[in-house]
Design a protein around this ligand. Sequence first.
Ligand code: PGA
Length: 247
Amino acid sequence: MAVIAGNWKMHLGPSDATDFMKSVDTASVPTVHELIVFPPAVSLHVVSSSAARDPRLQVGVQNIHWEDSGAFTGEISAPMAADAGATFALVGHSERRHVFGESDGDTRLKVKAAVRAGLVPVLCVGETLQERQSGRLDEVILRQLDATLDELRVAERFLIAYEPVWAIGTGETATPADASDAHAVLRARLEDALGVAGSATVPILYGGSVKPGNAAELMSAADVDGVLVGGASLDPASFREIAAATG
Ligand code: PGA
């Protein structure tokens, strides 16, 4: 069983999202796989509504505010996302951290808000190229995980996505060995914190330039429990192909 998640980023508004849902047709994807899409917030409702819905697809929100409501122009809260049909929430995606300056403290509050609203948090962690080249990979991803671990451990369920910043949207993919090494570091920390049995319920996904041509190889790497796909998840055929390739 694997988790195949598509992060649409700022693509596929309600009309395009409706077209995606009409043509995605996940019937060929092995039923053991769990499929999740993360549309932009304005498309959450059409993706989750019965008219357009593919019953195999679960829905998540890409970002939430840490408060449930208030004077925060332009933001959306976890309870609102849940009301619009989300059951998962990405937290700490690299673009949130590096383009919008989100800190570890922000991600902690957002995980807390997601759990409070009953959303399943998907915590994204990953190092920059400079951090990797200076030998700080483990330190960075563990710092990002540790910042949220107290909030994550009280969640009924959560997922981790390891996404090296240098591999996101660049066409540069980590090798399966790179992914396995980082996942093993995260897995060891989860086992320390939650015990082996508790850790085993937490899938660790790899993200960063996953496409139909490399998904199967990445998925077969040790400790890789699924993929978080950006660009290649926007086309229904490519998303389906990735999911079907990861048998
Ligand atoms: P990418 O994005 O597949 O386009 O590299 C992955 C992500 O940001 O989740």
